[in-house]
Design a protein around this ligand. Sequence first.
Ligand code: NAD
Length: 508
Amino acid sequence: MSTHDLTLIAGSAATNNEAQVLSLRHLIDGEWVSSASGETFERRSPSTGQLVSSVAKGGMAEAEQAIAAARRAFDDGRWSDIPGADRAKFLNKVADLIDENRARIALYETLESGKPIAQAEAEIQGAADIWRYAATLAWNIRGDSQNALGPDMLGMVLKEPIGVVSLITPWNFPFLIISQKLPFALAAGCTAVVKPSEMTSATTVILGELLVEAGLPAGVANIVLGYGDPIGAMMTTHPDVDMVSFTGSTAVGKAIVAATAKTLKKVSLELGGKNPQVIFPDADLDQAADAIVFGVYFNAGECCNSGSRIIVHEDVADALNDKVVALSRKVPFGDPLNRETKVGAIISPEHQSKIDGYVKGAAREGAEVLLGGAAIELDGLDGQFYQPTVVASVTPEMAIANEEVFGPVLSVLTFKTFEEAIALVNGASYGLSAGVWSENVHTCLEFARKAQAGTVWTNTWMDGFPELPFGGVKESGLGRELGHNGIDEFLETKTVQMRIGKTRQMWV
Ligand code: NAD
């Protein structure tokens, strides 16, 4: 196949924009500070190689100071003691500031991550709405009561903020993912230490600026920049941290569970996925193909929800593959700063090699590469790009069928019976999301009940709403974000038993 068959978007004048190189520092106890060591590291754009940010490289000292500041801010009640309604007003103010700064935030999100600018803008807009949704929960922190314990007893169940929380985020949706954690922690009355991915620190720092501008008391939200080792490690083991909320790879998630075991912190984990979409013979194949192409190429496939594992009934497999390949050719990919682009750059050269390794490995094992299957250089750009890729004739034991490729690569397996399809769906170690395509509501419901996944989509893919909880089962995670669960994760339950009157002796 020639690359002329693909819809390429070369670099343009906009690519060589004059965006200011950011100098990023830590936010600790309300102050912007450099690292005690004076060390910094650079982040270059994955699509052009241009310098985007120079980042303070935090160490144990900064992590320790940030945790101490969050502990003091929690213990003296400067945030947890104020009414939920006031915390709600603050969250709404931050949402408004995010809206006002959307273009700037989206630009740096694109420059650091390589994602298309139009997509970045939509994500920042969606993130602002999550802050607004969390504000409604701050108004509604309610416990329970038990009034049927006998005449001299009243039971109350109080909801209290869990305390100091460590929030650790990945590089693929930096601003969106911190917005699925921080506003809910703040709504609950917690204080936080935040660590963004070392590859995408800029927009979390911009968020910190907005928090300060909105008037967040010092120490309530602290940001430490740098690498998992040593900062992440300190944030998951320190005795002054009460909870860790992590989004990232399953491997690091497992390491965090082991690290937190020493102090038995609460842990919430949003991890990887190998998300199947099952296409039955009665499905609307045009709609399914459209959603499949969106599901696998959105964010260049660097997406926990990537619908990367298609399980199609053998009677319609050829017809579906033809449609998916034809649509894949039309997906505009290339310069992330061009508003037409739908698939941007790959985050790093190492990651690009990993993606290519999966495709080449599958081909060696007998899979058929119907489209793409290689990195590609684009005019005017000096970064990593991978062709939209469709791999058919995949069998369940191949690595590409089970492991998270995290790139624009679709793998297609086939099935004959409903039971066989469910066995393939549930055969993976992951359980984040699953989808079903059928015009028969009974098929869809039976699938929804039997699929082991935190989210099931029927005749759609990757819709998301702040009102609906999101998370995974099996090796895709623990706990849920968004919905009411979003705040519940950061609340502890306390039982209060009140004796009323003095009608009886306690014991003797
Ligand atoms: P990663 O696990 O390599 O890193 C995530 C974060 O953890 C980074 O900030 C990193 O510095 C930090 N970290 C690394 N080692 C650590 C340690 N030992 N202790 C504490 N922190 C540590 O993940 P990534 O490559 O940045 O992101 C991609 C992964 O994230 C994919 O597997 C993807 O599926 C997953 N993800 C999941 C969701 C979800 O909601 N389920 C959403 C987005 C991404």
